[in-house]
Structure formats: C-alpha cells, structure tokens
Design a protein around this ligand. Sequence first.
Ligand code: COA
Length: 421
Amino acid sequence: MSQRTRRLGRGVAVVGAGMSKFGAFKDKSSRDLFVEAFTEMKKSVDKGLDAGDIDALYLGNFSSDLFEGQGHTAPIMTDWVGLIPKPATRVENACASGGAALREGIIAVASGIYDVVLVGGVEKMTNLPTERVTDTLAAAGDAIYETPAGFTFPGLYAAMATAYMAKHGAKVEHFMKVGIKNHNNGALNPKAQFGSIKDVMEGRIARAKERGQPVPSWDNELEFLHDPVTNPVVAWPMRLFDCSPISDGAACILLVAENVAREFSDLPIYIIGSGQASDHALHQRAELTSIPAAKIAAKAAYEMAGVKPQDIKIAEVHDCFTVAEIIASEDIGFFEPGSGIKAVDEGKTARDGTKPINTSGGLKSKGHPIGASGIGQAVEVWTQMQGKAGPRQVSRNVDLALTHNVGATGGSCFVHIYERR
Ligand code: COA
C-alpha cells in the first residue's frame, strides 16, 4: 500500500449548510425534504448564493429505488431545486453514501473541474413497514454469506457488541449511557427525530394516567432502559434505545474552492483532511471490536490535515448502534482500544466533556435517513464551528472538528477534518 500522504490539489471550504428535520413524515417525499434542506443551506450562505453559480451536485442516497420506487435520484433532485441542466451524480455507499458524496465533491473542487459544488444526501425510509426496511438495509451486508444466515443490521452490530464485551469487559450500561447522552443532545436539536429519554419516560407516565392504566415508575433513565417492556431487546445486547431509528430526511452543504470562498462567506470552514478505506464484509474479518476501514480512513485524514486526534475539539461519529459510537471513539484515536467505555463512564464524550461526540444527537437521536446521515454530520460540525448551535453549542473554541461515516458494518468508511481559521 502506498505510504504517500495525499494532498488536495487546491483548498476546499464549506460556505453553507442546511437540513430538513429528520423524522417520520407521512406526507413528505424525498423531493420535499431535499428542497427544505437546500432552501436552508441557501439562506445560510452569509454573503448570498445565486443558485446559478452551482456547478454540480453530488447526492448521497442509499436506496430511493426500493424505498420510494424512484431511481436516478440525482437529476430528479437537481430539477426540484432548479439546477437543470447542471451535472448531477448519485453516490451510493450504504450508510456512508453521504460521506462518499462529500468526498467526491471535495475531489471535484480540489481538481479544479468545478468551483462551486452542492453536496447533498437524502433518504425517505418510512414508506415501508419495519420488516421491509430491515430487508432493504440488509442488502448492504453480504447477500451470500450474511443475509441468508439471518443477519440483519441490529444482528451484525450485536455480534460486534458481544465481541467488544468479551474482549474489553463492557457492560450493557455502557451502551445505555451512550444512548442517554445522545438523546440529551438530540433534545437540544430542533432537527432531531427524538428528544431526551427523560421526556419519553414522562410521556409514558402521562399516557398511562390519561388512559387509566397502571402508572409505571422508574427512578432514572437507566432503570427505564433496563425495563424489558419499554426497552425490548432487538438483537441482544442491542435494545430498542441502542438502535438508530428508521428516518426520513435530507441535508445539504455548499463546497467552494478556497480562492473564491470569501466571495460567499466571511467565515468559510475549510476541509483539510479526507480519508476513505474499504474492507471485507463482517463475517470475513479477523476481529469485530474495531472497524479497520475507519482506522485507515482516520489516519489518512489526519495525515492530510497535519493534525492529531488530540487537536480535534468535537466529532460527529457513526452511532448507528450505541456500541458503534464507542468503537468509533477508539478508531478515530480519541481513546485507546478498550478505553472508550471508561471515557463514557467519565463523561468525556458529553457536550461539556473533553472530547464531545455527537453534539447533534447523533444517528441515535437525530435520526438516520441513510443517505443523508453523512451530510447531516457535516451540517452539525459547520453549525458548531460557526457558533450557531444555540443551546447545544459547545463552550470551547471549535477550531478543528471531525466527521466519521461508516458504510454498513465498515465495508467502507469516510473521515473528514474541518478547520476554522
Ligand atoms: N430508538 C428509540 N425509540 C424508537 C426507535 C429507536 N431506534 N425506533 C422506534 N422508537 C419508538 C417509536 O417512537 C415508538 O414510540 P411510541 O410508542 O412512544 O410512539 C416505539 O418506539 C415503536 O416504534 P416502531 O416504529 O413501531 O418501532 P419498530 O419496532 O417498528 O422499529 C427498530 C424499531 C429498532 C426495529 C427500528 O428502529 C430499526 O430497525 N432500527 C435500526 C435501523 C437500522 O438498522 N439502520 C441501519 C444501521 S447500520
């Protein structure tokens, strides 16, 4: 493998970002959601954007074909935001489709072929019932060796969780604490699908009272999460509140060449590192307690950026299941292998911790509309770096941030590093 450090041909900056609310929206199509995200992105460009200046679109989308019966999604979205005849390309890398679209957009701008690129992501999942969503998602696993053996995504990540428990002594409470943290962050994000677990508990109590049913009582969130009725096992040890939800949503960012960035914004956020790697499907890996593609992608991104994990102030990582956040926090070098659980216990990854992770609520609470998730992560770090995250704004100076977007169980991974100068 080449040991050369890769560099961008020219600098690339993010000058605008926007997203729809993530959630379950019966009356909205992916087109509606994409238009919402685009409209918010356009408004966020502080010196204004003439949409005619956009040279091309790269769109992350996993499976609009199966979810909505609509293929060839990129030109459709281009049409709906008024950009015909601009070039539009759909990018698919399972749950990392957004991260993959972002990397393609960066490469296009860095190469000089385009100056202004719209990078978006969209997925409308809730048209299908849960069983069919599960089958559709399973297509991102290995359709010969995993799916016929009965593996679903909760099952695959449950295998990683049990391996991690056996190797590092993790307890289910560690996973639960990640869920509590991310739901607390989501409660402060108006775009998130879910609020805090405390709110869910209070809602259940109020509902039981209203209906004259026996009123449940839990002392705290951990007790609620141990309750098999309120938090059933999906694939042990992953329970309902360990899983990201089935979501609809869209997100957009605007990438521009460094030399024109100040024409669009007084505060461009530069992308200084980009890494990507691939791996075998999970059944073929030597160990399940880390994601090798994530480690390789992170190393490449750090080398390109010339920074170290210690320098990064916040990260949005791919917490499709709670265990995945702990593994990610180690793969990106924030913590040593096996010590991600101690970091959770010590509150290091909380908003006021030393290494805040998933201030947006993460996929767990903000939602996981597959193709949009990687771009949703970029929207959050851009928002935090602009100081515009409102009540969830982290208090420290966010001059360097990182996003980590995983395809399936780590068959692909994309890591990006952002700098505010
Ligand atoms: N976390 C917390 N609460 C959730 C939830 C989640 N992931 N998913 C649903 N809920 C809540 C709903 O809001 C609803 O609450 P209410 O009764 O108070 O209204 C309740 O749980 C039941 O919702 P429902 O939609 O019927 O759940 P479901 O059983 O059909 O689906 C899962 C739950 C976990 C199976 C589904 O969310 C899932 O498959 N998630 C994983 C998605 C995935 O694999 N993504 C790819 C990752 S790589």
